[in-house]
Each structure stands twice: as structure tokens, then as C-alpha cells.
Unconditional design. Structure first.
Length: 307
């Protein structure tokens, strides 16, 4: 059983909101935000559906496949356009797909959960699955809340995964969840995102390190074998703490949060796309994809890049 990544696509809104712009209405500054989060600007606009359509269409085009080749669409999103129906079927309709489509909500771990779901679908007879992570987080932000307004942004990333009996890009997974930590990061119906930042930081570093170590052990590699780490883009300090404990230099870590902020389930595909476009990953390289999110959820995977 093998799975290959065949195509990638992304979408971000045109509207850029800088730290300086936020400082006009919040008690904050570019220096304060950058030092504590690593974020300099974020994109705002669109919707989970509109951004997901663009990213999905570009991923299919990048793969060289036809729409009829896609057997299933899995959308990871924390911010669906509606409570019901799911956003995935609407994206499928806009793309002209006629395959099954469903949403997955594992917060910022969502894209990795969706990739794991796609892997299972490919194990059971499907040939090609379109996986999308798309978020419209700005819709659920209280823009007067300094703690959350500086963190979140909108965006989408997508990948086409294909069954391949002769090779495999996905060597291992490690996923987990702990519902006892559900109240640390929440968004109630009709409300806004709220977070216990200190406790999320503490737990996030611990679960990312544990998950990453287990994924590497399962793949039979060590941190020294990794060419790249592609983490969920939540906070530069969390990324620094986790990679330091794993013994991985920041030079091997892909960072895009300075431009996009925290885009939840879109952040890992946005970062992987950035690494590919900038020639930071080549055939034969090992990459660690790892993230954590509300729930609390976490997920890691080891990829051996083949394109």
C-alpha cells in the first residue's frame, strides 16, 4: 500500500492586515506582536468555501488530473460556512466534482487528520482523494480582543493524494486527542475564539514533541534524518520550544506565520506549498508534518518526498 502527493494548491485573501494597522485600534504594537508570536501580518477575507475552491482547483491542476479522476473530497475546517450543510459538498459542487465529500473538524490538527482519513480511503479502494484545509477564522474573531485578534488569519491549502502500489510518500502517522482540555481553546455558537494561552502553550509543546517522536520511531528515522519540519503555524515560541526539545535547528523549520498568521487547518499545507515553491524540499527528503489544536488534538506524519 502506497500513497503519493500528486498536486498542491493554496489560496489566501488579497486583504493584508498588518500589526501596525491593528495597533490603531488595540493596545498593542508591531514589536509586541512580533516578539511574542512571530506574526507580522495576516490575510483576511473570503470564506471556507471560496478559499477551498481556489486551493482545490489549483491542486487538481497541479496534479495533472481531470475532475473525474477525484474519488473523494475531505475538507478540514474549523469554520464551515454553515452549521448545516457541510461545506465540502458545496466546494465539490463549485469545482464540478461528483464524488462523495465531507467535513472533518480537528481544529488546527485538521489537515493532518484529513490526510490520515484520505489514507484510509485509499486503503479501501479509492484511487485519488482531494484533501483541503480551509479557514475563515476572522469571522469568529473579536477584533477588540488583543489576545486573539493578533493571531488568526484566513486561508486554504489543498493536496491531491493518489494510491500507488509501487511507492509511498507517507511513512507513518501519530494522532491523538484529549477532551479533558476542551475548554482551553473554544468558540461557542454565535461567539468568538477564546484561549488560555499559557496552558495551551505548555500542553502544545509537550504533545507535539511526543507525537513527533512517535511518528519518527514508527518510520524508523531520527531527527537527524529530517530535512524539514513543517509545523502548524500557531506561535513562533511554541515552534521554537518544540523543535529545540526535538534537537532540530530552526534552519530546518518552515515558517510562514509571519505572513499568514495562524490559519488553523490551512497552515500546514500553506507551509508545505511554500517549501516546495522555494526549493526547500527535494526527492528523497524526509519531512515531519506536525500540529496541535483545540480539542485538544494533535497529529504528526513523516513524509518521504518523491517529486
Amino acid at each position: 500500500m502506497g500513497v503519493r502527493f500528486r498536486g498542491w494548491g493554496i489560496a489566501v485573501p488579497d486583504r493584508i492586515v498588518t500589526n501596525d494597522e491593528l495597533s490603531l485600534t488595540l493596545d498593542t504594537s508591531d514589536q509586541w506582536i512580533t516578539e511574542r508570536t512571530g506574526i507580522r501580518e495576516r490575510r483576511v477575507g473570503g470564506s471556507a468555501m471560496s478559499l477551498g475552491v481556489i486551493a482545490g482547483r489549483d491542486a487538481i491542476a497541479d496534479s495533472g488530473m481531470e475532475l473525474s479522476d477525484i474519488d473523494f473530497l475531505v475538507l478540514a475546517t474549523t469554520t464551515p460556512d454553515r452549521l448545516c450543510p457541510a461545506t465540502a459538498p458545496m466546494i465539490a459542487n463549485e469545482l464540478g466534482l461528483t464524488c462523495p465529500a465531507m467535513d472533518v473538524n480537528a481544529a488546527c490538527s485538521g489537515f493532518m487528520y484529513a490526510v490520515r482519513t484520505a489514507y484510509g480511503l485509499l486503503e479501501t479502494g479509492n484511487k485519488r482523494v482531494l484533501v483541503i484545509g480551509a479557514e475563515h477564522l476572522s469571522r469568529w474573531v473579536d477584533w477588540s480582543d488583543r489576545n486573539m485578534a493578533v493571531l488568526l488569519g484566513d486561508g486554504a491549502g489543498a493536496a491531491v493524494l493518489e494510491y500507488d502500489p509501487d511507492g509511498n510518500d507517507l511513512l507513518s502517522f501519530h494522532l491523538g486527542a484529549d477532551g479533558s482540555a476542551a475548554d482551553l481553546l473554544t468558540c461557542e455558537h454565535g461567539g468568538f475564539f477564546q484561549m488560555d494561552g499559557k496552558e495551551v502553550f505548555r500542553r502544545a509543546v509537550r504533545v507535539v514533541v511526543d507525537s513527533a517522536e512517535k511518528a519518527m520511531a514508527s518510520a524508523g528515522i531520527t531527527a537527524d534524518d529530517l530535512s524539514l519540519v513543517i509545523p502548524h503555524q500557531a506561535n513562533i515560541r511554541i515552534i521554537q520550544a518544540a523543535t529545540q526539545r526535538l534537537g532540530i535547528e530552526m534552519e530546518r523549520t518552515v515558517i510562514t506565520l509571519d505572513r499568514y498568521g495562524n490559519t488553523s487547518s490551512a497552515s500546514i499545507p500553506l507551509a508545505f506549498y511554500d517549501a516546495r515553491e522555494n526549493g526547500r524540499v527535494k526527492s528523497g527528503d524526509y519531512a515531519l508534518l506536525t500540529g496541535f489544536g483545540a480539542g485538544m488534538t494533535w497529529a504528526s506524519a513523516i513524509v518521504k518526498w518523491s517529486r
